[in-house]
Design a protein around this ligand. Structure first.
Ligand code: SF4
Ligand code: SF4
Length: 146
C-alpha cells in the first residue's frame, strides 16, 4: 500500500519518469514505431477489435492528475476518454496507448511492452501495490467502483 503523501508523490514521479522514457523510445523508433494520424479509431476497442491492458500505477497516476481525483468507468466498447475521436487525457494516457500504433512493427511494440511492464511491476513491488494486468474496462471500472 502507498501510505502518506510523500510515498504517493514518489510513486507518481516514478510513473512520470517511465512515461518519459517510453515516449523517448517511441520517438526514436522512427518508422518501426509507426505513424499515428490520431484518428482515435483504435480507442473503440470493439469496432477496432483491439484490447488494451493497464496496471495499478498507471491508474493511480491518471486519477491523481484528474480534477475529479477519480477515473471514469468504461461502459461501452470505447474508452471513456475518447471524445469526438480525440484523447482527452493525452498527457496522462496509459503506456499501451503510447506504444500501440496500427501501422507500427509488432515486435518493436511487444519489446517495449515487456520492458515497460517490468518497470511498472518494480514500482508495485517498491510501493507494495498488488500488481494486476487488467484490460482497460476492468481496470477503470474497479477504480471507479462500478
Ligand atoms: S494508432 Fe492508428 S487507429 Fe489508432 S489513432 Fe493512430 S492512426 Fe488511428
Ligand atoms: S486513454 Fe486516450 S489514447 Fe488511450 S484508449 Fe483512451 S482515449 Fe485512446
Amino acid at each position: 500500500m502507498v501510505a502518506g503523501s510523500e510515498a504517493n508523490r514518489r510513486l507518481l514521479e516514478r510513473v512520470a519518469e517511465i512515461y518519459k522514457w517510453l515516449d523517448l523510445q517511441v520517438c526514436s523508433g522512427g518508422d518501426i514505431a509507426g505513424t499515428c494520424k490520431s484518428c482515435g479509431d483504435c480507442c473503440d476497442f470493439e469496432g477496432f477489435d483491439h484490447r488494451l491492458f493497464i496496471t495499478p500505477p498507471e491508474l493511480m497516476y491518471l486519477a491523481a492528475n484528474l480534477d475529479s481525483g477519480t477515473v471514469k468507468p468504461m461502459l461501452s466498447g470505447r474508452c471513456p476518454y475518447n471524445v469526438d475521436g480525440k484523447c482527452t487525457i493525452y498527457e496522462y494516457r496509459f503506456s499501451a496507448c503510447r506504444i500501440f500504433c496500427c501501422n507500427g512493427d509488432a515486435d518493436f511494440q511487444s519489446g517495449l511492452s515487456e520492458a515497460i511492464l517490468e518497470k511498472l511491476k518494480s514500482i508495485c513491488l517498491e510501493f507494495q501495490i498488488p500488481y494486476r494486468y487488467a484490460d482497460l474496462a476492468a481496470g477503470l471500472n474497479s477504480l471507479a467502483g462500478v
